[in-house]
Design a protein around this ligand. Structure first.
Ligand SMILES: Cc1ncc(COP(=O)(O)O)c(C=O)c1O
Length: 414
């Protein structure tokens, strides 16, 4: 049993063994649109947002991390639900501004912001530039001074602790991300060196793709204690603290859904305990994949079914060039398949063990080796679930010069 497949299927309707999305058979959508196709259902994105919103304390702001999926309709959708955004480049800042996200709801993090990006952030008047080094403070100050402006900055902290059980860690130990927590007091004490920077608070993002609520709660507690210890050195009380996120979704056979409700309950308790220390502070959490990952499908057609020395290979019209993460080549150490299925035959009495391959000339172009699927033939359509985040834009689309996949967004029913 593939637990992530079970988990994601609850967001989709299955009728006569065929997947339906937004009230239509998926195969009808693909017949109309073509393949390979990325399909995003905003009804599911809305459900995930609601679940997160209902789990977290009301006062905590939710920021959508645009890096997960910068499709303008998706960014607009989350903006309309009231989310702020986290951007990681001038391009993403542009997407956010075009989508109509208010500048005071934009945070900008990333270890290598260029002068042009610092200028764009300053000119837009964003809520917080999350600064990742002392040199960046110098550059940001010089640019703000030249523009005759004040730029809101938060210090991104590289904590001494790690977000345990995370798929990817951006904190703890030597990291390119953030400023080591040991260096932060000295920077705060000399903050008047940067007169064109307005200190607004802190950003801690320790890791992503975490399914263990207890380790997220521990990281939140550690973030509070860490920032509490920095308060005496702050030039002004923090107006904003971005506590990160790291909320994961099930991708693999043994993955269990994150207990987000327990994270929210623990955060509520923490806020009650610590409120007197942070009387004026807004708290932000940022997440991408939790909101959009399960709302996205990648659909490709079986071009060939071939046998080689006793093994069956299904060769698709798209592969790691379109969906790198599902091929296991984006941060996976042990290659494990994402949930995959035939879209018009979810279950069948007759199954077979197959290798699902993309069209590229490399053995790493595969969505699964020796996976069990209903018996299929050339022309059948296969879906890779959990493809809404880090799909289209995190893949080497130019590799081998195949055409880009199509993208389609199903609007949310009112
Ligand atoms: C600073 C920062 N914020 C937010 C995210 C979004 O992570 P996720 O999509 O896993 O929620 C990342 C992911 O790399 C990140 O580095």
């Amino acid at each position: 049993m593939h637990k992530a497949l079970d988990s994601v299927l609850k967001y989709y309707e299955v009728q006569n063994n065929r997947i339906r999305v937004g009230g239509q058979f998926l195969s009808d959508i693909v017949t109309e649109s073509g393949s390979p196709l990325y399909l995003y259902d905003l009804n599911i994105a809305g459900m995930k947002y609601r679940k997160l919103r209902d789990s977290l304390p009301d006062e905590v702001e939710i920021h959508y991390a645009i890096k997960a999926n910068p499709h303008p309709e998706i960014v607009t959708f989350f903006k309309d639900l009231g989310c702020g955004v986290d951007v990681a480049s001038e391009g993403e800042l542009d997407v956010a501004l075009r989508a109509g996200v208010a500048a005071n709801k934009i945070g900008f993090a990333g270890p290598g912001k260029s002068p042009s990006e610092l200028e764009a952030a300053c000119a837009a008047g964003i809520d917080s530039l999350n600064v990742e080094s002392e040199e960046e403070l110098n550059q940001a100050n010089a640019i703000a001074e030249r523009l005759g402006m004040k730029l809101n900055i938060a210090l991104r902290i590289n904590p001494a602790y790690e977000l345990v059980a995370s798929g990817m860690r951006m904190g703890g130990g030597p990291k390119v991300f953030g400023i080591d927590e040991e260096q932060i007091p000295a920077i705060l004490q000399k903050f008047d060196r940067w007169p064109n920077l307005n200190f607004v608070g802190f950003h801690v993002f320790a890791g992503s793709q975490n399914l263990n609520h207890q380790s997220i709660i521990t990281a939140l507690e550690q973030a509070f204690s860490l920032i509490e210890g920095l308060l005496p050195d702050c030039p002004s009380p923090p107006a904003m603290i971005n506590l990160g996120g790291g909320f994961g979704i099930p991708y693999f056979a043994t993955d269990e859904e994150l207990d987000i409700q327990s994270v929210g309950t623990a955060l509520q308790t923490l806020l009650q305990q610590k409120r007197s220390l942070f009387p004026q502070t807004r708290f932000v959490l940022e997440t991408g994949r939790y909101l959009i990952g399960e709302a996205g499908l990648y659909i490709a057609k079986i071009l060939y079914r071939k046998e080689s020395r006793g093994e069956v290979f299904l060769v698709l019209n798209g592969g790691m060039n379109h969906q790198l993460a599902a091929s296991g080549n984006l941060g996976q150490i042990i290659k494990k398949p994402y949930p995959i299925a035939l879209i018009d035959r979810i279950e069948a009495p007759e199954t077979e063990t197959v290798n699902v391959a993309g069209p590229l000339c490399t053995p790493i172009d595969t969505f699964g080796k020796k996976v069990e699927l209903p018996v299929s033939k050339a022309g059948d359509l296969l879906v890779v679930f959990c493809s809404g985040a880090y799909g289209y834009t995190s893949s080497p689309l130019k590799f081998l010069g195949h055409a880009n996949p199509l993208e389609k967004v199903l609007p949310a029913n009112q």
